[in-house]
Design a protein around this ligand. Structure first.
Ligand code: IFM
Length: 474
């Protein structure tokens, strides 16, 4: 689950500059065709371990912070957890067959750290390593290029018990995990994403308290964020040492930011929000350190930074993963949170079932901003998708026309921004299958494939059929 429109957060102060990069007015035209993208463009779907695997305590998997959080009354809607989820742990061959039949040429998955380590300094769990090895073989057999994410939020609880990401020692533990996985899979997996959405790991989990581990302390969140970025920076050379010709990056969740009005106050608020939501991540990753204006605002909540940390974080990467869902509108709100800003809920615009604005032009705007501001090299859309209240009809079909349209319009926007010169090399739809949507439980569906959680039956939705036709150029 991404930031909610009313959370205390939000994007770039360069939105106006997009005009020089691209045009974004063609998102409502004809659906795009695959032939309008480069022939080597990657077409994937993305998933994550805790959201789909299930098999909560099988084959030596230990408790994660999400197991603990989900077991805490009131934290997850309906008291749901990922204990069974889509039972992908056992049903992955069927899921990968669906991916192959869709015509995907890539698949993004994440590795559950609690399947690999059960104690600090322990030996990696052979059964956990073997599972991911089988998974990767299964992808390759079906023509799916594996894109492995090392951290998609399921921290082992034993590490949280020692302070979690707020503790510097967790960086070392992450490196042990990275080493184990890249040694085991590095002969077959070339593409590695160190972290998925550090914003969510740090801020939603430790400031907003809406995700595991559920803390509400801003200083803790900033320290967590620093350690997550540091662990990324330190993992990159390790991955390169273990994986021949590795391609390494990380995935950030980002939003284009709009000021609520043309008033100087709202514009200033947008810039403050931008400093934390966008520059706090991209500036250090691209060698500029944390933005001074934001450091001044957060004052004593600023993280402890050791000599050499910023150099480590600024390690050169091979790509940037961008997860895009919606734009944010920012209003000046004196005294509200450390930045005196408010993120407004969308008004008088089309939204998804989660209340997220549908704004394909925002994808183009965001990508053009990143390109203008940082020139990060190749970018991949590592997540983009929409939540709707899908139902299986009497004919056994899911007519999710809104999701199909969402997908078409976002791909059209992507085509246009690429035509405008922004180097995006692949697109991963979120998600292959409906899954555990974190604090929202199972009521929120993002999949191209419907899951009946009682029977585990998979049904390709209308949106999935359209993606299949698009990919197969039918
Ligand atoms: O389901 C999540 C995913 O885990 C991270 N990015 C946003 C998705 C939709 O909320």
């Amino acid at each position: 689950m991404e930031s909610f429109p009313n959370n205390p957060i939000t994007h770039s102060n360069n939105v106006h500059r997009t005009e020089t990069m691209t045009t974004t007015n063609s998102t409502d035209q004809q659906p795009p065709a695959r032939s309008e993208f480069a022939s080597d463009f990657l077409w994937g779907c993305a998933t994550s371990s805790y959201q789909i695997e299930g098999a909560g305590f099988e084959d030596g998997r230990v408790e994660s912070i999400w197991d603990r959080f989900a077991a805490t009354p009131g934290k997850v809607k309906g008291g749901a957890s990922g204990a069974v989820a889509c039972d992908h742990y056992h049903r992955w061959p069927e899921d990968f067959d669906i991916g192959r039949d869709l015509g995907l040429n890539a698949y993004r998955f994440s590795i559950a750290w609690p399947r690999i380590f059960s104690e600090v300094g322990g030996k990696p769990n052979q059964k956990g390593l073997d599972f991911y090895s089988r998974l990767v073989d299964g992808m390759l057999e079906r023509g799916l290029q594996p894109w492995a994410t090392l951290y998609h939020w399921d921290l082992p609880q034993f590490l949280q018990d020692r302070g979690g990401w707020a503790e510097r020692g967790t960086v070392d533990a992450f490196l042990e995990f990275t080493d184990a996985m890249t040694r085991r899979l590095g002969d077959r997996v070339q593409h590695w994403i160190t972290h998925n959405e550090p914003w969510c790991t740090s801020m939603i989990g430790n400031w907003e308290g809406l995700h595991a581990p559920g803390f509400t302390d801003f200083a803790t969140a900033l320290q967590v964020c620093h350690h997550v970025l540091l662990s990324h920076g330190k993992a990159v050379p390790l991955i390169r040492a273990n994986v021949p010709d590795a391609k390494v990056g990380l995935s950030l969740s980002l939003h284009p930011l709009r000021a609520a009005s043309s008033s100087p106050e709202d514009e200033a608020a947008r810039l403050r929000h931008d400093g934390l939501r966008y520059r706090w991540f991209l500036d250090p990753l691209y060698g500029r350190g944390y933005p001074q204006a934001t450091l001044d605002l957060v004052k004593d909540a600023a993280p402890a930074i050791h000599p050499g940390d910023l150099e480590a974080i600024a390690v050169k990467t091979d790509f940037l993963g961008v997860n895009y869902y919606f734009p944010e509108t920012i209003q000046d709100a004196p005294g509200e949170g450390p930045l005196s800003v408010r993120v407004l809920p969308p008004q008088d615009v089309e939204t998804t079932a989660l209340g997220w604005e549908v704004a394909p032009e925002g994808l183009a705007e965001l990508l053009a901003c990143i390109e203008n501001d940082y020139h990060p090299g190749p970018m991949y859309i590592t997540e983009n998708g929409s939540c709707y209240d899908d139902v299986v009809n009497a004919d056994g079909e899911v007519c999710d026309v809104e999701r199909r349209r969402y997908l078409q319009r976002h791909l059209a926007a992507l085509r246009d921004v690429i035509d405008g010169g922004v180097p995006v090399k692949g697109y991963f739809a979120w998600s292959l299958v409906d899954n555990f949507e974190w604090a929202e439980g199972y009521g929120r569906r993002f999949g191209l494939v419907h899951i009946d959680y009682d029977t585990q039956q998979r049904t390709l939705k209308e949106s999935g059929k359209w993606y299949r036709g698009f990919l197969r150029q039918e």
